[in-house]
Design a binder for this molecule. Structure first.
Ligand code: TEU
Ligand code: CA
Length: 570
């Protein structure tokens, strides 16, 4: 089962190369920069590096629009640089997982140009999803799109191509046309490309929006939410009709034949617990782990991701608890707060004010890493990096944010209101440069960074935290080390305590084999909190605490603001 696989005891560190370390002063992070900073990962103790895409790309979506799957973008280096990185990672006893973006390519990928050029007779016409205008409508005119679907990056999900007189589907930007997975040639080309990277020595794949690749070929109109002019196509392609068949095929054709035990992680917006059980059930041989999105959608309203609502702790506990139970005896969870698409968790679920920032960052780490599953640390999270103080729209770079701003502005929405949503939720919050030290551009570059460094780097940076044993960094390091030494962290079952409490996050983990039980207590708030503990924990050992001297446990125990501990009894 999954609890016996190497990755069930592993911690994964995600690098977004553009923002990690720039070795040649062009303002953009690169592979050589990653090589030079591998000590940071070794010190933290992580087992796997997941690298966001580094392939040639027009960078409409920062490399998630790939124009050549089998090369490295000159911005990031060369294939030789990649091989050196892989060797250096392996040399340190770590593994490297690539990002696999195959729901779509760039519109500049030769597969797409071959599909588009020559119109309906194009040589690879059927590699993408082309449709004529809606019946009786003049092609290319407003409302003539084949259906009413909205793109995830605003506007219609269809773009008209004059030459062939048809539209192509793009779930994301118009420069990210969706591949037609119904066509077996497409699937074979993807498989061949994956084998090429495995032959180079990579240890697995994080599969971008992989649960969107199977579309209902009827492509029916979607429901139009109130206040929107577009329909929601997701019921036709989130975990679509052939998704399990496709993933089983990838596993059979590419993953299983590889002599190494690989790691496959499927990024799956909209996936339910029931579907995730199927995807990660080892007996079905589809995927090892999925990234689900339920917990990162709890603090948004019906207006979508920029419709910001406060998080209710009871909702967070109920959601993560349901996933813990749902993937308890079959399947396996990923554990994450952050990645390159999410606002910084200390600003979002914690408190990034000076008084509570470090404590709340540590608490969030403790709570996440003590759940059952494989934890992911996104670059800078281990420093408690926070959201950035974006002053105006000029400070943003992300296509999703810029398109949203343009669309809302055209609808007459107030500028400050749009900016407030972006400041809270823009993906650029995750993409400001890694904060290495207190120097001008945080040690990220000696040139001009492609996106501004967060000014708080003068006190929030890796150099300062390495020197401070009570830092967020060392707290993450201790949590990662605990996972490697305490079997109950990996194998223990999960039991939520006080589910209805609005400020306390508490649970136990019990490992039957070793007879060990862990208790996690976390005060999600800026005030003292007195809690009644279950019996028998008074003499337990404190494994993790965020303060140098936590008070010994008592039946009625007071936690200080944002305080969290882990206890063990046998
Ligand atoms: O993300 C898909 C996804 O589900 C969202 O997180 C999305 O990026 C957006 O935030 C919706 O509001 C993956 C990648 O992680 C993302 O960076 C890419 O932009 C996207 O797919 C397209 O490749
Ligand atoms: Ca560079």
């Amino acid at each position: 089962g999954p609890a016996d696989s190497w990755w069930s005891e592993a911690v994964v560190y995600q690098i977004y190369p553009r923002s990690f370390a720039d070795s040649n002063a062009d303002g953009i992070g690169d592979l050589q920069g990653v090589v030079e900073r591998l000590d940071h990962l070794s010190r933290l103790g992580v087992d796997v590096l997941w690298l966001s895409p580094v392939h040639p790309s027009p960078h409409d979506d920062n490399g998630y629009d790939i124009s050549d799957y089998q090369d490295i973008d000159p911005l990031f280096g060369t294939l030789a640089d990649f091989d050196r990185l892989l060797e250096a990672v392996h040399g340190r006893g770590m593994k490297l997982v690539m990002d696999l973006v195959v729901n779509h390519t760039s519109d500049e990928h030769p597969w797409f140009t071959a599909s588009r050029d020559g119109g309906r007779q194009g040589s690879r016409r059927d590699w993408y999803i082309w449709r004529p205008a809606r019946d009786g409508m003049e092609p290319g005119t407003p409302g003539a799109e084949p259906n009413n679907w909205e793109s995830w990056f605003s506007g219609s999900a269809w773009t008209y191509d004059e030459a062939g007189g048809e539209y192509y589907l793009h779930t994301f930007s118009r420069k990210q046309p969706d591949l037609n997975w119904e066509n077996p040639e497409v699937r074979q080309a993807v498989q061949a490309m994956m084998r090429w990277w495995l032959d180079r020595g990579v240890d697995g794949f994080r599969m971008d929006v992989i649960n969107l690749v199977s579309k209902d070929p009827a492509l029916p109109d979607g429901h139009v939410p109130e206040g929107s002019s577009y329909g929601d196509g997701s019921p036709s392609y989130v975990c679509g009709p052939r998704i399990h068949e496709y993933l089983a095929e990838l596993h059979r054709e590419v993953i299983a034949p590889c002599p190494r035990r690989l790691l496959t992680v499927g990024e799956m917006p909209g996936v339910t617990v029931e579907e995730a059980r199927l995807f990660t059930d080892p007996a079905r041989r589809e995927l090892d782990i999925v990234f689900q999105f339920e917990h990162v959608g709890l603090d948004q309203g019906p207006g979508g991701k920029f419709d910001v609502r406060p998080l209710r702790l009871t909702d967070l506990k109920a959601s993560l608890g349901r996933w813990q139970t749902g993937l308890g005896d079959t399947g396996w969870n990923s554990l994450y707060w952050n990645n390159h698409d999410q606002a910084r968790v200390v600003s979002r679920f914690g408190d990034d004010s000076p008084a509570h920032r470090d404590r709340s960052a540590k608490l969030l780490a403790t709570v996440l890493h003590l759940h059952r599953g494989t934890p992911y640390v996104y670059q800078g999270e281990e420093l408690g990096m926070a959201n950035a103080p974006f002053a105006s729209i000029e400070d943003f770079r992300d296509i999703e944010s810029l398109n949203h701003h343009r669309e809302r502005t055209a609808l007459g929405v107030d500028e400050e209101q749009i900016l407030a949503g972006l400041r809270d939720r823009s993906r650029d919050n995750a993409r400001t440069p890694m904060q290495w030290d207190a120097t001008r551009h945080a040690g990220f570059t000696t040139g001009t960074p492609w996106i501004a460094v967060n000014p708080d780097h003068v006190h929030v940076n890796a150099e300062a935290q390495l020197a401070d044993p009570d830092s967020v960094f060392h707290h993450y390091r201790r949590l990662i080390a605990l996972r490697h030494t305490e079997p109950a962290v990996t194998h223990g079952d999960f039991h939520l305590l006080h589910p209805d409490h609005e400020q306390l996050y508490a649970f136990t983990r019990r490992d039957i084999a070793s007879g060990t039980e862990l208790l996690v207590l976390a005060n999600f708030g800026g005030t003292d909190l007195t809690v009644e503990l279950p019996g028998g924990w008074e003499d337990s050992e404190t494994l993790i605490a965020d303060l140098p001297a936590p008070a010994p446990l008592t039946a009625s125990h007071t936690l200080r603001p944002w305080e969290a501990h882990v206890h063990r009894r046998t």
